[in-house]
Design a binder for this molecule. Structure first.
Ligand code: HEC
Length: 129
């Protein structure tokens, strides 16, 4: 393997890593400004009112999560076997990039992912609505 190739390969990987870090940091800010009031900074939720995001089985369906963030959520839902039924307000002011960042943050912090949720993924989900 040529040296140039090795350099290109490693710089490419670190560019991805930097982008992931940017999304994570931006997403953390968005979370703390828009979500932590209810779900708490540690993502553990608040008693019977606000479900946890940390370790939530609801995260298995990322499209559902993206829709809930953008349009809000009402009616009964189950998180880790426990029933919640309080309205979550819409976040219509959040742009697709903001949503991609906050989703990247919650999935990397609490959902066992080590990758980016892209703006394109968010667009794809919201387009179907
Ligand atoms: C005013 C309080 C409030 C705010 C602010 C809020 N949520 Fe929620 N969230 C809720 C409630 C209540 C539910 C449960 C909705 C239901 O019972 O139908 C919920 C459900 C969820 C769920 C699905 C269940 C789970 O816990 O996994 C996710 C994911 C989620 N919220 C993420 C977010 C994100 C990300 C933000 C910020 C962009 C946010 N929420 C802002 C109250 C809130």
């Amino acid at each position: 393997m040529g040296l140039l190739f090795v350099i290109l390969l490693s710089s490419c990987q670190s560019a991805d890593k930097i982008k992931l870090e940017q999304y994570y940091i931006g997403g953390k800010e968005i979370f703390e400004a828009n979500c932590a009031n209810c779900h708490q900074k540690d993502g553990k939720g608040l008693q019977n009112l606000y479900p946890p995001i940390a370790g939530s089985d609801y995260l298995q369906n990322k499209s559902q999560v993206i829709l809930a963030i953008k349009y809000g959520l009402t009616g009964e839902i189950k998180v880790n076997g426990k029933v919640y039924n309080q309205p979550m307000p819409a976040n219509s002011h959040l742009q697709n990039l903001d949503i991609a960042e906050v989703v990247t943050y919650i999935y990397n912090e609490w959902g066992n992912e080590q990758k980016l949720t892209t703006v394109e993924e968010v667009e794809e989900v919201l387009k179907k609505k």
